[in-house]
Ligand binder design. Sequence first.
Ligand code: ATP
Ligand code: MG
Length: 220
Amino acid sequence: MLNVNDIHSYYGKAHILGGLSFDVPRGEVVALLGRNGAGKSTTMKSVMQLVRPRQGSVSFQGQELIGKPAFRVAKAGLGYVPEDRRIFTDLTVLENLEVGRQPPRDGAPEWTMEQLFEIFPNLAERRTNRGKHLSGGEQQMLTIGRTLMGNPLLLLLDEPSEGIAPVIVEEMAETILKLKSEGLTVMISEQNLHFARAVADRAIIIEGGEKKFDGSFTEL
Ligand code: ATP
Ligand code: MG
């Protein structure tokens, strides 16, 4: 589904990704692991074209993404939840979710508000609350929910467990497994190995912008 081949990404002159390659097949949950500064977020941004790789290729469903504007990448069916989650604090939970709504897409699970509320019961309870009154974990769930309203084929979550209480992290793991059972393909970047192991089929370890491991958690 997603093929990243030998990409080189930079911030100015700083060469961050030095020839990174990996695949994400349809239906899998893949975890990008690695220390702070390893290049996990840069990898996701390079897929989303928020950072433009200067060499290599990123193809999604056989279509080259490098050079496409970021909004086209989203339209191609990639849903991205960045590290610094952003919600509309003056809008209600329902209104925030509406902001993300897109028409149905071939091959992608289609989410109704009811289904989302089944997956995120906390959001259902707070559907008329304003974003500013939500906890960090609830805000994170709302960001994921809003992204799902775009009916993505592939969901990229950058450190979904960061800054979230352990009990909510467990709920988040269950949520990701539910999303997988609905046919969604997911890539997460994580520092929390326990969480990654609970949700992912496969681990990719990045170190210094290069791939150090790609395989199952049992081989890790
Ligand atoms: P973390 O686990 O802390 O989120 P990460 O693996 O996601 O780390 P990246 O954010 O991809 O790491 O950063 C990779 C390298 O790129 C780091 O050395 C970082 O300092 C550098 N970097 C990240 N963003 C920028 C930027 N906007 N400008 C310049 N350098 C950056
Ligand atoms: Mg990061």
